[in-house]
Design a protein around this ligand. Sequence first.
Ligand code: GLA
Length: 716
Amino acid sequence: MRIRRRHVWLLAACLTAACLGGLAPIAAAENNGLATTPPMGWNDWYSVFCGVNAPLVEQTAQAMVNNGMKAAGYDYVNIDDCWMAPSRDSSGNLVADPTRFPDGIKAVADYVHGLGLKLGLYEDAGTTTCAHLPGSYGHEAQDAALFASWGVDYVKYDRCNIPFGDFPGQRQQQVEQTLFARMSAALGASGRAMVFSAVAPDPGDDPWAWSGPIANLWRTTSDIQDNFGAMLVNFDGTVDLSADARPGAWNDPDMLQIGNGGSSPLEYRTEFSLWAEMAAPLIASTNLSTLSPAALRIYENSSVIAVDQDPLGAQGVPIARAGGRWVLTKPLQNGDRSVVLFNSTNTATRIATTATAVGLPPAHAYRLQDLWSNAVTETGGLLSAFVPAHAVVMYRVSVAHRPTALSPQVVLSLAPAAPQLDLGQSTVVRETFENDGVSMVKGLKLTFRVAPGWGLKRLGPARAKRVAPGRRFTCAFRITAPLAGSAVALAPVSGGAIYDPPAQDLRRTSAIVSERVFAVVPGPFEVANTTSYAATFGARDGGFAISARGAGVLQPIAAAPTDSYGAIYERQRAAPSSTAQVTVTYDPAGGKAGGAGLIEREAMTAPAGSPAGVALFINGSGSIVMSWNASGGRYVDSRFAVQNVIVHVPVMLRLVRSGSTYTGYYSTNQGVTWLLVDTVTVASAASAGNQDVGVFHASGLSTWTTTATFTDLLLQ
Ligand code: GLA
């Protein structure tokens, strides 16, 4: 706690003019003088996991020179777990795996150094690493000296397999603190300066509270995955820790996934922008030899890299987050601000703030540089954008000291009164053109389009002769969804604006929003929403769709149980001897507790008063999980996840009930073969009679609504 308060004070000190000018000394971090800006580089883990070898590392280093990454600032080439042989030599020294690193680590370090790059190496504070190879426990000084002799420049130090029994009465966090400090000191005494990267992100470890004095960076969250939900979890776990970051000591939300194929180009751009705004290490963990030009362009966006690497070293802070619409601001050394407008929701939306709200002084006008489109415009103070789902708009904002000839900043946005409709329903969409600049926009014409089969009626004029600075022009349209369709559908609604700003040719801008259309759930099905947020349900022709957010059916670690979900179910349909089966066709959930699958319990609408329940589902990481109530309390309290299996949708799930015992199965080949998940016994209270049964979904995060879809529900 004491450490935390000191950090807050440091930040306060840093907001003084002297510090913003780069003059004030920043308090000591790990005093090795390294990582004065967040480390940049590459790490093999997420491309090959335990398959690392010398040719891969050397070819990657060469690729970083050839593809421009070295020139862009990426200088660490980091070897993760699995580089070492299964045992130490007769002197107790670590040995590189003789097959994969036949010439040893020093030869690789020499090669990498020869290219003007630096070498990183992984080790672990326990007796073995996470991959069960020799750890540094009891060998810290020896290993640090060996790393120094090999020419290692960076050590990533993990926390697997620590012999906690050697530290009776101490908490995990205390033991980790002792062991990480021990290795930090050993590296310091080795005679070679090495960046020290701490990996101790388990719940309760809170490394941000103790790693600053001993490490250059520390992991804040569990291992990232290449999907938007997992990225969001790691962003969420890091975004409020700005007080703990400073030059030489950084929060590390884990490595960049850009290029690994599990996210969209926009989502990768989001990841890169958010990491830069949080002054996070930029370590690409992907195969650089197969990287697409588009992914490389993200890694090499010099304007975004400059935000990450800004010498002031302040982590951006969130100043808004309501409804998943985030605004972050990061002070930069020259007085500019980097501003990220991040839409974590699944629907395009307008996000706005002001120049003074992000920390700039009052002024007549500001220069706005869009760091992804590179457009430079001028605003009178409003910083606004219409941001696609899962995307960011990132601006570098500075005071415009004298009149400029820049185009006025304009934003076109679409706001449907109801972003989700039932088939045949109508809603009004407002299309708004705003002139955020300080000069007049003339000759504005708005256009509007809907998907085939939809009805469209304009409700007012679509043209304006002039839109004065700071003014808006809105035209409303009524749209009507078709009468027929599937359980859920996404229909694009797009708008366009043609206008003529001063000193510019005719300009166009456009906006797209997706309407979600749900078919009303027919009887005998009913719906249940036990989250504290709105949920939406659709069902048609054997297909089901559930849109819901919230924690899900697992007990969160170190928090009160929530047991919340949206469900489409049949009341009292599961007899003591019965089977439920469904195919999950889409599950975009992100949080570990989020997921989509089957659920049975006494009263679907009242989990807290409905003692025994069981759920079988696929979670956001692609694991098959069963969770159930074993203790008879009010909530689902136990869980089992199939280990080392990641499945992709569509996946079939089958839950077989026999009294109070349930057996779960899954199939990834359309039911040709079924694999056992687990057999569990729920608390006896509900074992006697029939239960409610159906499909459920929860996003796993309170800030994110996701839609899961299902087909072929079978209840018998
Ligand atoms: C842990 C770390 C990962 C990676 C693996 C290696 O899971 O969090 O980043 O280093 O260990 O085994």
